[in-house]
Structures are given as C-alpha cells and as structure tokens.
Design a protein around this ligand. Structure first.
Ligand SMILES: Cc1cc2nc3c(=O)[nH]c(=O)nc-3n(C[C@H](O)[C@H](O)[C@H](O)COP(=O)(O)OP(=O)(O)OC[C@H]3O[C@@H](n4cnc5c(N)ncnc54)[C@H](O)[C@@H]3O)c2cc1C
Length: 444
C-alpha cells in the first residue's frame, strides 16, 4: 500500500496527521451522545486505558459507555511510537526497590510484562496483525561513559529480577545493524514488540462495541457531579447517570473533570517524525538495518525504529507550549537530532510529523484506583510516556476493582498511590522549562 501524507482534516476522522492514520482505512465514527442515558459505568476517554476497562466490564455483562471528546485513538493511544514495552514510571529499577522494597518492585515488573503479554494475546486472538515486529528493545549509550551505567543496570536486573539482558559492544552494534556515530554500546532487554498503535486501539474499540459497550464520539464531558446515589456526567447535548466513573483521560485531562485532578498531572509533549521509505543502499550506508525498537540513554530520550515499509520513525520528548511557533521549533530540533544521529539519511525527507501529550505525575508513578473522597470514581492514568502495555492492563484492573474481583491492595504498590498536587500548579510549565534545561545539560 502506498501511504501518503494526507492534509489534516478537522472532521473528527483525520485530525492527527500521523503515519498511523494514513496507513489505515477510515475508522468507524461513533455518534455523539444526544439526550440522557443510564449506565452502570461511564468511562471518560477512548484510549487504551478507557477501552480496556470498558471491554472487560462489557464482557462481564455490565452496562458501560465510553465518552470521548473527539474520536477513538485521538489521544496518545493513536499517536504514540508503538513501542509495546516495559515502563510506566519515571523511577528506575533501583529507585523502585528503594521506595517500595524488592518484593513490590518485582510485582510491578511482572505487571508490566503481563501488560505486554496481554496486548500480544489480544492481537493474536482477535486476528489483528498491527504490523508487529521487533523482539525486545535496545537501549543505546549516547556517550562512552554511559556504557558503564548500562553494565551496572544489566547486573542489577539480573541479580534482583532474574532478567537476562544482553550487552553489546560498539563493534557488535555495528555488526548487528545498529550503526550510528553516537552509539557507544547497547543493552538489549528481551521484552516487548512494536505495533501500529492506531490499528490496536481501533481493534480494541471494535471489541468493546461487539461486547455491548457503547462508545460516544465528539462527546466531551464538561462536569461530574454527585446526583443522589449516582454520578452525573454533563455533556453538550445530554448527560449520563452512572454508578461508577472511570477517569481515563491521561495527558488530555480537563483539570476540572473532576476538580480533584486540578494540579495533579503534568501533560508533557512528545513528538514523532517518520521519513520516506529508505532504500537498501541507504540503510546499508548508515549501517542501521535492525528492526528492533531502540532508545538512547538521554533523560530527554530519543526513541526510534525501522518500520516494516523501511520508513524510519524517530521520536523525541520535549516541547512545552502547543502553539504553532513552539511546535515548529520542536519539530526542527527533532529533525536536527535525527540528522546528527543518522547522518547518512540527512536527505531522507520527513513525510509525517505529529505530536501528543503524555502524562507525568508528581509521584512519578501511575495511579490505578478509586479517587480519594469520590466514592465510585476510579482513575487509571499517569503512564509517564509508556502506556501501550501499562494502560491496557491497568484498564482491565480497574474493571476488577469496580466489580470487587480485585482489591486495591492486590495491585503492585507503585500503582496504589493517588496523585498528589504539584506545588503552585499554575507554574508547572515553568518548572518543566527549568527541568528541560537541566536535563539538556545532563544529557551532553
Ligand atoms: C508522541 C507519543 C509517543 C509515545 N510513544 C509511546 C510508545 O512508543 N510506547 C508506549 O508505551 N507509550 C508511548 N506513548 C504514551 C502512550 O501513548 C500513552 O501512555 C497511552 O496511549 C495513554 O493511553 P490512555 O488511554 O491512558 O490515554 P489517551 O490515549 O491519551 O486517551 C485519553 C482520551 O481522553 C479523551 N478525553 C480527555 N478529556 C476528556 C473529557 N473531558 N471528556 C471526554 N473525553 C476526554 C481524549 O480525547 C483522549 O482521546 C507515547 C505518547 C506520545 C504522545
């Protein structure tokens, strides 16, 4: 299939301008909520988390609706790099062990692996190909001194979690098709695979519909209020009354829905560029032929992979303001980074570029559970930029909490802590600017 960048449309179907959208047929559009409706559970947000919760609930015969401001996959779930991998927190393995103890850190890692397996098993059993590739993920030292850190990480993971990683020298990287002037060594972690995230989120939505769940598109929830024994969710053309509510709005949250969210999350931007297809000669010229998912060791990391049609996907973190000049500066900066890391491809045009929001919490860990003080309202969010697997499995767990099949304390401890408020929340973007500046210095 010849995949062409399409002009960004604003009819609610093609709004992201991503490669994923262009590579798939037009998805089904869910109608807007008109009038009033009653459900056992109302979910806010049609991404991996909200749809996973809805799917499990619908399969259990519970009446559930998903209220989505735009359309399925409009948020990060339709915009991400498609790395179905470990992650979900900004704390590294050592910090997790220090904060929660070895047992809980192990439980948390097992949870992440279960998330990856869940996504794979869903795609298999639903017969969705989603252009999967890559066995595990490789972390590349962007400075010679970072090789020591990778070695120590490998040893820590082996000794405490029994994970058999593989260290690669600079020469081995070249031999195995990870060529680049700024890669000094690598650590391969044997978990995860890559996919087309929009294909996955659309398949997930289709399963929700088939199981009897209702998805309403173009239906932003503007308020949640207590209404006797139920919650009332206001939308433009009607309301929903529901016993339980699931907040699955992540980096796209409106901080007044509900007001508890105010100041407790930090939406942070991540951006992606996808080049035209590279020829065999161009791939050989750069020495990058592997289809393994890769990221570098920067704090403001770059993540990249060769797609099945030989386009190169290159992602970065950063960017604070979502206006046209800032976005254009962010994309220029990303392109410059790409050209310095893959100089042989500096004339490979970028065919697609887009960005999206990830969600950071002050706790640096996700929160999956009942919101304190809001009886029957649950949250599943804060994946810290790694939510393909984590949001999917956490959504399922929310369904378990709602039905009482699971207790909050059954979850790994890092998921149990409700978000705390950032101090002086109005200044969050300023802190972020300061943090980026500091990270930029540390990454040199
Ligand atoms: C550019 C980019 C690259 C990324 N790369 C990766 C990656 O490679 N691997 C990985 O694991 N993770 C990655 N992530 C993170 C991952 O995509 C997210 O963590 C995950 O998709 C979050 O899923 P979610 O369901 O929690 O939220 P989202 O998918 O963000 O969905 C939230 C939805 O809520 C809706 N919403 C918000 N407020 C309301 C309201 N009031 N009423 C109704 N609807 C509302 C939004 O419209 C949105 O559709 C990336 C993210 C970005 C932006």
């Amino acid at each position: 299939m010849d995949i062409k960048p399409s002009p960004v449309q604003t009819d609610g179907r093609r709004t992201i301008g991503s490669y994923w959208e262009a590579s798939l047929p037009q998805p089904r559009q869910d109608r807007q909520l008109h009038g009033n409706a009653f459900f056992d559970v109302a979910v806010i947000g049609a991404g991996f988390a909200g749809l996973s919760a809805a799917l499990r609930l619908a399969e259990l015969g519970i009446s559930v609706c998903v209220l989505e401001a735009k359309h399925v996959g409009y948020g990060a779930s339709g915009r991400n790099g498609g790395f179905c991998c470990l992650g979900g927190t900004k704390l590294d393995a050592r910090q997790l062990v220090k904060k929660f103890g070895l047992e809980e850190a192990r439980k948390f890692l097992a949870f992440q692996v279960a998330g990856i397996n869940l996504v794979a098993q869903r795609l298999d059993s639903w017969g969705v190909d989603a252009s999967r590739h890559s066995k595990g993920e490789i972390y590349l030292a962007h400075r010679a001194k970072d090789v020591t850190g990778l070695k120590s990480e490998a040893e820590f993971l082996r000794a405490n979690f029994g994970i058999r990683t593989r260290l690669l020298s600079r020469e081995q990287l070249t031999e195995e098709g990870y060529g680049g002037p700024s890669f000094h060594g690598g650590l391969h972690v044997p978990y995860g695979f890559a996919l087309n995230p929009m294909a996955y989120v659309q398949a997930l939505a289709e399963r929700v519909r088939r199981a009897g769940g209702k998805i309403f598109g173009k239906t932003p929830v503007s308020a949640i209020d207590r209404d006797s024994d139920r919650w009332r969710l206001e939308t433009k053309n009607g309301f929903v009354r529901a016993k339980n509510v699931v907040l699955a709005s992540n980096g796209y949250s409106d901080e007044t829905v509900p007001p508890w969210l105010h100041g407790r999350t930090m939406p942070v931007m991540s951006s992606i560029q996808v080049t035209r297809s590279l020829s065999e000669a161009e791939l050989a010229g750069q020495g990058w032929t592997s289809d393994t998912m890769a990221a570098d060791t920067r704090i403001l990391l770059h993540y990249f992979r060769l797609l099945p049609d030989k386009r190169f996907l290159f992602g970065t973190r950063g960017g604070i303001f979502e206006n046209a000049p800032s976005l254009s500066a962010m994309q220029k900066c990303a392109r410059a980074d790409f050209e310095s890391m893959f100089p042989a491809w500096s004339n490979a045009e970028t065919d697609f570029s887009w960005h999206g929001h990830v969600c950071i919490a002050r706790t640096l860990t996700p929160f999956v559970g009942e919101v304190p003080g809001l009886d029957g309202v649950y949250a599943a969010m804060g994946w810290h930029g790694s939510g393909v697997a984590m949001a999917s499995i956490s959504g399922e767990k929310i369904a378990g909490l709602i039905t009482g099949k699971l207790r909050q304390t059954d979850l790994p401890a890092p998921l149990q802590r409700p978000f705390t408020r950032f101090p002086l929340p109005a200044l969050r973007k300023l802190y972020l600017q300061g943090a980026y500046w500091l990270y930029g210095l540390k990454d040199r």
